[in-house]
Design a protein around this ligand. Structure first.
Ligand code: ADP
Ligand code: MG
Length: 462
């Protein structure tokens, strides 16, 4: 089905410019299908095969496209998208969440392909990390209120907003909730981990592209950097970040930061950064009290379509105290065990599920390398392949099963899981887990395999 599209001659020049800044694979996936039309003075009309494609380009590659246009035409473009389904006729549907079958190769490649540290301008936000899904209580109501206030008047109320607190208490969730809201209000939001910022900076130095690095970060309306304690002892990154900070601050752009400790406690953080971090509002997240924990347990269960009942929610809330991530892990485990054996959420089940989460037992519980070993064995491929960046179906599939089992059986965070299984970021891990969850729901054979492996890892087999 051939459609005639009037291709602007500059379209191919811009595409060439883009090709110089992305991997060939990314180019094939995201840019080859596009047609671009230049409308003076500064508008670029981009025909995309579908909405998902558009969102992906907007979020990940906006700066790359803008760079290419600026080099060619000397203007910073306004990007206007139009969906033209005919363009994507030869492509596998990308990111269609409702698809139940295993993702097509193009989708997988695209999924992994866009997120190399070097080009991860901004990470995609976790769709579950919204204000609606955040339970407010005495331990976090100030942080919650501050984030909401920033959403109302970004750049004006508290700038920067600096949220600190121990691991697993909801810093990332809150930051992303705020980013979601600001995005919905048409702010150009850039969210990324401090580690990605650092890697991106190092890559920019190595490849001599500091200019475009700076341009990217200094043209956001909102810059959210997660885990800035990562700046500890990194002098050059601190210096660069200092200038990024100043540039945005002077333009009254909103800066949002999180850290596992107060700015003054970050090792060797330059005084001028410490003082800037305190210009706005520095606020702490604490561990939630019992009532909040129970409410969180109920919410997490409901999000997975389960009503746990008061007794079970209370029991879980009572036993996992310090860390909401672990609380969530306990909920997942309880639900999983119940489904596995077709059981009720009774005391037996709860005890059994939580026994594994108790610290003493946890130490001897399965680790990521155990998960890797049993999955590699079962699928008959080498562990090193699972840990590689290879994207063929025969590797991606077991890798996603690893991610799923790791989430179920270990206490590892999405980041840790991603790092262990092929250097993926948390978004990819999240996606992989969802995928397996869906497949398990429909595919009895796979469910049996996964149950078996779960049993082998935890001793809870049937
Ligand atoms: P941190 O970044 O502080 O280490 P996260 O934001 O990653 O912690 O939170 C860990 C997990 O706990 C996430 O899945 C998050 O959704 C959940 N969580 C934390 N606090 C809350 C809360 N108040 N309500 C709901 N979920 C929460
Ligand atoms: Mg975090």
């Amino acid at each position: 089905m051939a459609t005639t599209v009037d291709v602007d001659p500059r379209s191919s020049a811009i595409l060439e410019g883009i090709a110089a800044h992305v991997t060939p694979q990314q180019f094939e996936t995201w840019f080859r299908p596009l047609t671009l039309e230049f409308v003076p003075p500064d508008e670029i009309r981009i025909a995309v095969p579908n909405r998902f494609h558009q969102v992906w380009i907007e979020r990940r590659y906006q700066a790359v496209v803008a760079d290419a246009v600026r080099q060619l035409a000397g203007v910073t473009p306004r990007l206007v998208f139009a969906v033209n389904e005919a363009l994507g006729a030869h492509l596998a549907p990308v990111g269609a969440e409702e698809q139940d079958e295993f993702p097509a190769e193009a989708e997988i490649e695209a999924d992994g392909g866009g997120i190399d540290a070097a080009d991860a301008v901004s990470q995609i936000l976790n769709p579950d990390y919204t204000f609606e899904n955040f339970v407010v209580g005495p331990s976090n109501n100030f942080c919650h209120a501050a984030a909401k206030a920033v959403a109302e008047q970004p750049g004006e109320t508290y700038n920067p907003l600096f949220i600190h607190g121990n691991s697993g208490l909801g810093k990332t969730h809150l930051l992303q909730a705020l980013c979601h809201l600001l995005e919905a209000r048409h702010q150009k939001v850039m969210y990324l981990s401090c580690e990605d910022f650092t890697n991106h900076f190092i890559n920019a130095i190595e490849s001599g592209s500091l200019e475009s690095f700076r341009w990217r970060y200094r043209h956001a309306d909102v810059l959210a950097i997660d885990d800035v304690h990562f700046l500890a002892e990194k002098e050059r990154t601190q210096e660069e970040f200092f200038h990024t900070f100043n540039s945005l601050y002077n333009q009254q752009k909103q800066i949002i930061l999180s850290s596992d400790r107060h700015p003054k406690d970050i090792a060797d953080l330059e005084e001028r950064l410490v003082s800037r971090f305190k210009w706005g509002l520095v606020i702490r997240l604490d561990a939630p009290p019992l009532e909040t924990r129970i409410a969180i347990v109920k919410k997490k269960a409901r999000m997975r379509g389960v009503d746990l009942g008061d007794m079970a929610a209370h029991y879980i809330g009572e036993h996992v105290k310090e860390n909401v991530r672990e609380l969530e892990g306990a909920v997942n485990r309880v639900i999983y065990l119940a489904r596995l054996g077709g059981r009720e959420f009774d005391m037996d089940l709860l005890r059994e599920a939580l026994a594994d989460l108790m610290p003493a037992r946890m130490k001897s519980g399965p680790g990521l390398s155990d998960v890797l070993r049993v999955v590699a064995d079962r699928f008959g491929i080498r562990a090193t392949e699972i840990q590689s960046r290879k994207q063929t179906k025969s590797v991606v599939y077991p890798r996603q099963v690893c991610m799923y089992l790791a989430r179920m059986c270990t206490q590892s965070s999405l980041e840790e899981i991603g790092a262990h299984f092929g250097g993926r970021d948390h978004t990819t891990v999240h996606y992989g887990i969802r995928k397996v969850e869906k497949m398990v729901a429909h595919d009895q054979d796979l469910k049996r395999v996964v149950d078996d492996l779960f049993g082998a890892l935890t001793g809870h087999g049937r």
